[in-house]
Design a binder for this molecule. Sequence first.
Ligand SMILES: C[S@@+](CC[C@H](N)C(=O)[O-])C[C@H]1O[C@@H](n2cnc3c(N)ncnc32)[C@H](O)[C@@H]1O
Length: 450
Amino acid sequence: MRRTAPASRRFVRELNALPRVRRAVPRLVRQLNVYTHGHHKAVVGQHAARTAENSAAFLLPHLTKGARVLDVGCGPGSITVGLARHVGPTGSVTAIDVVGGIVQEAAAAVRAAGLENTSCEVCSVNELPYAPGSFDVVYAHQTLQHLSDPVGALLEMRRVVRPGGLIAVRDADYSSMLGHPASPAIDEWRAIYREVCVRNGAEPDAGRHLVAWLLAAGLPLDAIQYGASVVVYAPGQEPWRGNWGTAWAERTRHSDFGKQALAYGVATAAQLERVACAWEGWAARPDALFYYVNGEALVRVPLDGSESGQGSESGQQPRDPAAAPDSTGTPVAGGAAGGAVGGAVGGAAGAARQAAAAASNQTRCAHCFVTFATPAELAHHEIHHCFPDDLEEVLRRFPVGARAVDTVSCRQLDVVGGASNPNKAHSSVSARDVRRGLVADFPISRLRLV
Ligand SMILES: C[S@@+](CC[C@H](N)C(=O)[O-])C[C@H]1O[C@@H](n2cnc3c(N)ncnc32)[C@H](O)[C@@H]1O
């Protein structure tokens, strides 16, 4: 069994040994996200079968003509194309992905669809090259699960969406992937896949973590609408059903997933071949079925006076808090019946909260710049989630050598240093992941000492 770490990981470990560069490493680690799937044609083919209708159904009712949309981790762009059609020629979609080759494929899909309201750009969600408040809607489909710092990504997504705009995220939960007939080899596939993700610092069960990540990114609970939907590969749904099995056979044999499983020593070549054959056998049986759950979260970013100011820089109009508009100006109905994600801003309660926030100039956290609906919420945030931009205080609370737990992913961490808010995000500590030997920044809001 081979146990050689990939070159990128060996590089990070070697860097970690050098005290002078240790501070720089957390940022580097975030940028070295290892994408578990890779962009083998079998992967891209599966992703290209996705549409806005089958992969963004929970968002579409809120996506109206004229909206400016950011599609994060666009892959081959098949969802992008549908989003662009929904917002129409007066709207726009910016599709981004960190891999140049797949951005070219997305651009080709956009051209083939004859869309002129869509641009495709290469960049990372960790460092979006857009001004605050540039978008009405930011969508990330099956992307957060691949990131070693999903909360950092959400902070960036929040930065570029305007107050009153929407953040939408949808991610699978690999533990929920089940099928018929029973197959020990397909169970083995699920276990191998999940372990490879963990080795990559990613979260294969991301769907169930979305709310926790959004809260860690400073979004208030009552602004989040969470749901789930199931992807089904059912008998009779050909070629959709069969392709799921044949693609996973090919992916297991030839894509980055299989290669990483071997490189990490998570599976042997014989195991992978058994898994690939099991998927082929599954695909060949017309009665075989499979399904999995996706978590879906839709967040209305809170409105507030100071952020409206940012919005006007990007051409936004001031908002009427009593009739908070949706992404293109359509009023969102308040109250339980009206509004899916209007809770934070819609209806009488929302208007009262907005009025309270407007009456106070102390709803914006001076440390991490997150704005809350009421001074009380800000006070709670300051006490429980945020700490001054003061390295001494960070280190007093999380002394070097302490053992901490990342409450989002339950990882055990050794604290190796402190960071004083270089990106104007939450204070963070540098911590070594006990199992994986990497050093990464973890926001204090996600940590508790053990
Ligand atoms: C599973 S694919 C999803 C593609 C598309 N959203 C879909 O659902 O078909 C995840 C995509 O996220 C991209 N990605 C990974 N890390 C990223 C990052 N830091 N910034 C932007 N995109 C990233 C990958 O290159 C990949 O194309």
